[in-house]
Design a binder for this molecule. Structure first.
Ligand code: ATP
Ligand code: MG
Length: 394
């Protein structure tokens, strides 16, 4: 008998034609997450298996539960001996530690040539349990313990417990994207949702020292670290936005400050994305949330780039976004009260329906091409990962 982790894919199994591509990336992601632990990962079209020393299973479980593409994680037992009588004996032995007051046996037989069908196997195993454990009872509707048996070509798997995975597609299967990461609540949630669709992230953060502090930057890096759990490390491009913002502030009518500033952010983000082969920009804009997120504003701001912009939380209520933020453990960090580069230069009356022609007219007042090139050239690139959480490996 070998203890084993079984991974079920769920949503992936609908991707019939390129399932192997998805599974290879999932296997890679699993291997990276558990690197340092002596374990072997194998897969077939239906399941992925991790085998290791018995002592490692809890730490493996901890490391793989945040991997997208995993629907369910099972810690089970693998037996090469598939004889019916052996299955019965092995189950009786395994059940010693479990509460059997009510139970149900569920059998899946992927080897269709096995001499007994699923119903017959369940019935035989159920009978043996009743015989060996005096106070046990079958309850098919609401059992205390579910006993799963999978009869596959070369082995039998037995398990009792399942842990829910986080679903989605394996990160990287849909290419790379650039997340505009601020210190707020929305953008980390947007990043999480993009990763769930299989997009591998890198981030861009605009800071305006000395108007924004080191603490504000560290908060963003902490949010990046939280996201990196799902992404296997994350790169953050830190752009010094001070000169651009000051030039805008000095030269442009204040009601257009935010609009022009966001057009500059988009321009810089697109260039960084193209340079790094990111296929989309992702951000935390939500329709109607602030003046720069009306549909008119979005049109005028979006106009300066050609790259697709994905806005995962565009149609979510703030409360829905907060729910996800809490679920992914970002909320407590997001609400820390540090200033953001946008909030410092916020005008009293930002335009709600900006005009294209005015943006173009005002932008002629600053030499933004030079400023953008300079900001990109002098950016800082910081690699953030989750090593601290994996200290048991080191
Ligand atoms: P909040 O949760 O308070 O709304 P926010 O980060 O969503 O914070 P917004 O002003 O709504 O702030 O900005 C919309 C989006 O623009 C953000 O979700 C983020 O994707 C991007 N953004 C804003 N400021 C920055 C910044 N300093 N660096 C990088 N991206 C930013
Ligand atoms: Mg927002």
């Amino acid at each position: 008998m070998k203890k084993i982790i079984i991974i079920k894919y769920g949503e992936l199994t609908t991707k019939k034609s390129n399932i192997n591509y998805f599974l290879k990336i999932l296997k890679d992601n699993v291997n990276k997450a558990i690197s340092g632990i002596d374990a072997t990962v194998t897969f077939d079209k239906g399941r992925m298996f991790i085998e290791s020393n018995v002592d490692n299973y809890d730490s493996i479980l901890n490391k793989i539960k945040n991997i997208f593409g995993i629907h369910e994680i099972i810690i089970g037992y693998k037996y090469d001996d598939r004889e019916m009588e052996s299955i019965q004996n092995n189950i009786v032995e395994l059940l010693k530690e479990y509460d059997l007051s009510t139970f149900k046996v569920i059998t899946k037989r992927s080897d269709k040539n096995y001499p007994l069908d699923s119903m017959e196997i369940s019935r035989k195993v159920g009978g043996t349990i009743l015989k060996n454990y005096n106070n046990s009872k079958v309850d098919v509707h609401n059992p205390n313990l579910e006993i799963y048996i999978e009869v596959r070509i070369n082995a039998v798997y037995i398990y009792f417990e399942k842990v829910k995975g986080i679903g989605g597609y394996p990160v990287g299967t849909l290419g790379k994207g650039l997340l505009m990461l601020s210190g707020g609540i929305d953008s980390p949630v947007a990043g999480y949702m993009a990763m769930k669709r299989g997009i591998k992230l890198e981030c861009i953060y605009f800071e305006s020292p000395p108007h924004t502090s080191e603490a504000a930057k560290n908060k963003v890096l902490e949010l990046a670290r939280i996201l990196s759990t799902y992404n296997n490390g994350i790169k953050v491009h830190v752009i010094n936005f001070t000169k651009i913002q000051e030039e805008i502030y000095k030269n442009i009518p204040h009601e257009y400050l935010i609009t022009i500033m966001r057009r500059m952010m988009y321009r810089i983000s697109e260039r960084i994305a193209r340079y790094n082969k990111d296929l989309a920009i992702i951000n935390g804009e939500s329709v109607g949330q602030v003046a720069s997120q009306t549909l008119t504003s979005m049109n005028v701001i979006n106009e300066v780039v050609k790259i697709p912009i994905i806005r995962p939380v565009a149609c979510f209520d703030k409360l829905e976004i907060i729910d996800i933020s809490k679920k992914i453990g970002a909320y407590e960090t997001s609400i820390l009260p540090y200033e953001d580069c946008c909030t410092i230069f916020v005008p009293e009356h930002p335009v709600i329906n900006p005009e294209f022609s005015k943006c173009e007219e005002y932008e002629k007042l600053i030499d933004y091409e030079t400023l953008i090139t300079e900001a990109i050239k002098t950016r800082d690139v910081i690699k953030v990962d989750n090593k601290n959480k994996y200290e048991d490996l080191l």
